[in-house]
Design a protein around this ligand. Structure first.
Ligand SMILES: C[S@@+](CC[C@H](N)C(=O)[O-])C[C@H]1O[C@@H](n2cnc3c(N)ncnc32)[C@H](O)[C@@H]1O
Length: 255
């Protein structure tokens, strides 16, 4: 790593140490947090956000599919998907943070079927049902995360697939370890929970899941817990879709 890389990392680490601003709307806080990091976002997150390539592989994306990514950030999933992206019927990349979406827009110029959309993942819906929805490290940054999962389910065609990779608090993580990670990430607006994976398992027919740990840059010997989940939307009355009584009324009516 060069001196310039170290200096760039130091600026990101400083932002992480400052934490996410506590005032303003959710969108304003995201913009204030990410705008100073946007340029160096991908290089740093490459060493922090593990399992994103595996998620793409496990999803089983197909040519001709309609695909949505919620919380796409800089659109770096395009690098992981590679040439496939040009073969999708559509690929909608949705995020709420203009600074990160600016980077994504620069990336998609050569992909005419890829749209970069500034919208809230809790409510945005595509024009027609889609075959795949995926999210990487977005749910933990969205306060109303259960609405996003339900919204994702609502946009999937029957048999469509959801894929999620994110940090979480494992059931067997230990009290002190889980408390550490909750506090550590919470400072930057990343809210770890054991409930995300539980809800995914309740709503979808599980195809694959794994609970893992991976290194954190500049924290030697420490590994953060994360999970991978791939599930399928069953038919309307099928198994695996026991809607949580905690979902908002408007979504329970809709799905
Ligand atoms: C940790 S980043 C992950 C970005 C990207 N998926 C990746 O793997 O690099 C979390 C992303 O979620 C986005 N986000 C947070 N709340 C959102 C919301 N309500 N709607 C859409 N995107 C949101 C943030 O702007 C940010 O881009």
């Amino acid at each position: 790593m060069t001196v310039a890389d170290l200096a760039a990392d130091a600026r990101i680490l400083w932002r992480l140490l400052c934490g996410q601003p506590k005032s303003g709307s959710h969108a304003e806080r995201l913009q204030a947090f990410y705008a100073p990091q946007a340029e160096r976002y991908d290089a740093f997150r490459e060493r922090l956000l593990h399992g994103r390539q595996e998620l793409i592989q496990r999803l089983g994306l197909q040519p001709g599919a309609r695909v949505v990514e919620l919380g796409c950030g800089t659109g770096s999933s395009l690098l992981r998907i590679g040439g496939w992206a040009g073969q999708f019927a559509s690929f909608d990349m949705v995020d709420l943070c203009p600074a990160l979406l600016d980077v994504a827009r620069q990336r998609v110029t050569c992909h005419e079927r890829v749209r970069v959309i500034e919208a809230d993942a809790t409510t945005w819906q595509p024009d027609q049902p889609v075959d795949f929805v995926f999210m990487s490290y977005a749910l933990t940054m969205i306060p109303d995360w259960s609405r996003v999962i339900a919204n994702a389910e609502a946009m999937l065609a029957p048999g469509g697939r959801i894929g999620v990779v994110d940090f979480h608090l494992p059931a067997d993580g230990g009290r002190w370890s889980n408390a550490f990670w909750r506090k550590w990430f919470g400072h930057d607006g990343v809210h770890l929970s054991g409930e995300h994976l539980a809800m995914l398992r309740r709503l979808f027919v599980e195809q694959f899941s794994a609970e893992l740990r991976a290194p954190v840059p500049y924290l030697p010997g420490v590994q953060a817990p994360y999970y991978l989940f791939v599930g399928e939307r069953g038919d309307l009355e099928g198994e695996g879709r026991q809607h949580s009584a905690t979902l908002p009324e408007w979504l329970r009516k809709r799905i």
